[in-house]
Design a protein around this ligand. Structure first.
Ligand code: NAD
Length: 497
């Protein structure tokens, strides 16, 4: 009998050898088989990791900007060289297709590249002679050990939204990745070591609520960057801030794509397919509600439906277009929404439950609902699966009101050929990230990523200059140096009479 692999924590630059009390199963969602058991950290293990990070902070914070940049450049090279290996690890535990997994690593790398410019990003301001002989300058300093708690759907990219910048700013890190797909984080930890990052600067503890609570209440942790579902984001924000920590907690989403009657319907249909079914809809920027402004709804539905026939659902490592959902529990939950939509009276144009893939994988085919109305659960709630809903409205104002009245505000898109209409939408819509003829408007690394309303708790978005701000504290120094002519040790300057 072969023994199932155990994935344990990474503390102080090595695999942790401490006693493992609890574990959780990790699956290959394409086969439904258990591929490993991951250790779940208890309070003592979290404490050990935070203490190691505290010790490492004392020296890492004093490492020069040149040294930090060299490590970041080396890490960038290693991630680039190992991109396909990281993608394979992601596909094996998350299920998304390899090209998608590789794209995820690319987006994470962009943040590493942004962080390579840290000497420029950390430059402060200087005002000379604010009063006679008095100068004022500002500097930004690291916080200390920081925690990152990440979701299953981007096991490499989401942690990489935060840790390159945190480390570049001089902080040390305890990452708690999702227990559903922990291997990518472990491999990134090895790459950091190979890049020359001192032991203890980057640590990984695996776990569930127990480890998250231990991080949220640990006095050594100075900030928490969380990404996950809205109820947990709210809990993390409230608990972390109550314990005196700086917290940014990014939550769930229900992203709308508004299609105006003048839009290019072929472009809009292609966009709906990619943004609705890419990564099996398990993206916080996935489009899940399409608001079709009449009279184009039927034409749009027909175009989307005809394209759906060519989506091949299957093992993400074997050339399919759409992989499985992450777990059986999640697959069944998404399938239950299809049942709920039917019961509520929405028109089921395409039923993903009919798609059969050989084996025990957690598959569900792409699903399309038409005539969805705002009170239906398939519209109100985040499904996080390959289920697209079409809502029909008669005017732009009705479309805007729908988007703005939804409690989530992560991303949105408008499809139109009218620049004035697009400009009005970008101004009026209450959502953090807006696409104009772009369905998934994920900001580049040098801008910041974050939603509004129930999609973000805290006021700082991820990466970009907001990331640098989040991982540093400002200090302003007012200094007076008397001119040598005022006396003191005679340095040879002419003295005041
Ligand atoms: P999740 O909320 O279940 O888990 C996120 C993290 O919280 C994991 O590390 C998990 O171990 C931990 N956790 C789970 N339950 C907990 C509890 N009761 N107490 C403390 N910690 C707990 O989210 P998920 O299912 O892993 O990820 C999908 C969700 O993440 C979706 O809602 C998606 O929209 C959201 N998401 C949002 C963004 C964004 O940028 N806003 C990005 C990616 C994912």
């Amino acid at each position: 009998m072969t023994q199932t692999k155990i994935i344990t924590h990474w503390i102080n630059g090595a695999l942790d050898t401490g006693k493992i009390e609890r574990t959780s199963e990790v699956f290959n969602p394409a086969t439904g088989q258990v591929s490993a058991n991951v250790a779940l950290a208890n309070v003592a293990t979290v404490d050990k990791a935070v203490n190691v990070a505290t010790e490492a902070f004392n020296s890492w914070r004093h490492s020069s900007l040149t040294k930090r940049t060299q490590v970041l450049f080396a890490f960038r090279e290693l991630v680039l060289q190992n991109k396909e290996k990281i993608a394979a690890l992601i596909t094996a535990e998350h299920g998304k297709v390899l090209s998608d997994a590789s794209g995820e690593v690319t987006r994470g790398l962009e943040v590493v590249e942004f962080a390579c410019g840290i000497p420029h990003l950390l430059k402060g301001g200087f005002s000379e002679e604010v009063s006679t002989g008095v100068d004022v300058y500002s500097i930004r300093q690291p916080l200390g050990p920081i925690a990152i708690i990440s979701p299953f759907n981007f096991p490499a990219m989401v942690p990489m939204w935060f840790f390159p910048i945190a480390i570049a700013c001089g902080n040390t890190v305890v990452l708690k990745p999702s227990e559903k797909d922990p291997s990518a984080a472990m491999f990134l930890a090895e790459l950091w070591k190979e890049a020359g990052l001192p032991d203890g600067v980057f640590n990984v503890v695996h776990g569930d609520k127990e480890s998250v609570d231990a991080l949220l209440t640990h006095p050594g942790i100075k900030s928490v960057s969380f990404v996950g579902s809205t109820p947990i984001a709210k809990y993390v924000y409230e608990t972390g801030t109550k314990h005196g920590k700086r917290v940014q907690a990014l939550g769930g989403a229900k992203n709308h794509m508004v299609v105006l009657p003048d839009s290019d319907l072929e472009l809009a249909a292609d966009a709906a397919i990619n943004a609705g079914f890419g990564s099996a809809g398990e993206r916080c920027m996935a489009i899940s509600a399409i608001v079709a402004v009449e009279p184009i709804a039927s034409a749009l539905v027909a175009r989307i439906h005809s394209r759906m026939a060519s989506i091949k659902t299957g093992d993400g490592a074997k050339g399919s277009d759409m992989g499985p959902l992450v777990t059986k529990v999640h697959r069944d939950k998404v399938a239950s929404y299809i049942e709920a939509g039917e019961k509520a009276g929405a028109t089921l144009v395409e039923d993903g439950r009919k798609v059969k893939v050989d084996g025990e994988g957690f598959f569900l085919g792409p699903t399309l609902f038409d005539n969805v109305t705002p009170e239906m659960s398939i519209y109100k709630e985040e499904i996080f699966g390959p289920v697209l809903s079409i809502l029909r409205v008669n005017t732009y104002d009705e479309a805007l009101a729908l988007v703005n009245s939804h409690p989530y505000g992560n991303g949105t898109a408008i499809f139109t050929n009218d620049g004035g209409a697009a400009r009005r939408f970008q101004n009026e819509v209450e959502v953090g990230m807006v696409g104009i003829n772009v369905p998934i408007p994920v900001p580049m690394a040098y801008f910041s990523f974050g939603g509004w309303k129930n999609s973000l708790f805290g006021d700082t978005h991820a990466h970009g200059t907001e990331g640098v701000h989040f991982f540093t504290r400002g200090k302003v120094v007012t200094s007076r140096w008397l001119d040598p002519s005022h006396g003191g040790i005679n340095l040879g300057f002419p003295q005041n009479s």
